[in-house]
Design a protein around this ligand. Structure first.
Ligand SMILES: C[S@@+](CC[C@H](N)C(=O)[O-])C[C@H]1O[C@@H](n2cnc3c(N)ncnc32)[C@H](O)[C@@H]1O
Ligand SMILES: Nc1nc2[nH]cc(C(=O)O)c2c(=O)[nH]1
Ligand code: SF4
Ligand SMILES: [Mg+2]
Length: 248
């Protein structure tokens, strides 16, 4: 137990909540993915992830987490320097960190619309208006020979059906699957059969890729697959608008 200046003690949970968060970047851009595509938003990218996707487009927030440690108060101050009224809390994996609970509460109290981008492996009672879940399929697993430890941890952690069930029960949501090969859609269908509570109208299929060339090639076969299966296509518009790279 730690001494608290107001005269009472604080427990370990309270102490963790007061710890600063590592933040890879805070920037304003247009939401490029999902139901709110096109909406001007402030992106808060938390550094650190419990998974290691082979294709992760933000390795500076997962494989090699970067950025300064900022308190919730400092994050709120920085966010208020931007005009947008929508927030996208992303990462890395924001739901790993208990501080996102007070952060989302303060943002919502200040009138922001809050989207949380998560792989859906950890539950926390955040206060958000859209839970944007991107469950990780088998195509995300890193190479077993190159990364034996992360191969094992990734496989153990990536599929948490009880967390997904709770998130879709408690929040307005969208589900974005990353599709690398046409066969991945069979895995999506098996996934949705096993989690019958997911509404197919809320499912989007997103091509795997970090540049417009790769995304464009995959969309030639993904678009007709989406039509056949009745899923929405999620083209990752920010890459078309701004190109690859950080902070956009
Ligand atoms: C960097 S992740 C951060 C949030 C959370 N860790 C997650 O994976 O949902 C943000 C979004 O980018 C997607 N993503 C990451 N790398 C990608 C890639 N190479 N191609 C397509 N989508 C990708 C994720 O699936 C997720 O929807
Ligand atoms: N423009 C833009 N839209 C996004 N939507 C989700 C993103 C993310 O990295 O979570 C993202 C991003 O990084 N940039
Ligand atoms: S879960 Fe998200 S942030 Fe983590 S490695 Fe996968 S895509 Fe990157
Ligand atoms: Mg992104």
């Amino acid at each position: 137990m730690a001494y608290h200046p107001k005269g009472h003690t604080t427990g370990a949970a309270e102490q963790r909540l007061a710890q600063p968060l590592r933040i890879a970047e805070i920037f304003q851009s247009r939401q490029g993915e999902g139901f709110l595509t096109g909406t001007e938003s402030v992106f808060i990218r938390v550094s650190g992830c419990n998974l290691r996707c082979r294709f992760c487009d933000t390795p500076y927030a997962s494989w090699e987490p970067e950025g300064p440690l900022l308190t919730v108060e400092e994050i709120l101050r920085r966010v208020e320097n931007f005009p947008a009224r929508h927030i996208v809390l992303t990462g890395g994996e924001p739901m790993m960190f208990p501080q996102v609970v007070p952060l989302t509460r303060h943002l919502s109290d200040r009138g922001y619309h809050v989207t949380v981008e998560t792989a859906g492996t950890v539950y926390r009672p955040v206060q958000c208006h859209l839970m944007s879940i991107s469950p990780k399929l088998s195509n995300s697993t890193p190479d077993r020979e190159l990364h034996p430890r992360w191969w094992k941890e990734h496989e153990r952690r990536r599929h948490q059906p009880d967390v997904i069930r709770r998130l879709v029960r408690e929040y307005p949501y969208q589900i974005k699957f990353v599709i690398d090969r046409p066969e991945d859609v069979d895995e999506v269908e098996r996934y949705l059969r096993a989690l019958a509570e997911i509404d197919r109208n809320r499912v989007l299929l997103m091509p795997q890729g970090t540049d417009q060339e790769a995304l464009g090639e995959k969309m030639t076969w993904l678009e007709p697959i989406c039509q056949q299966h009745g899923f929405r296509l999620c083209p990752r518009k920010h890459i078309e608008w701004y190109g690859p790279g950080r902070g956009k």
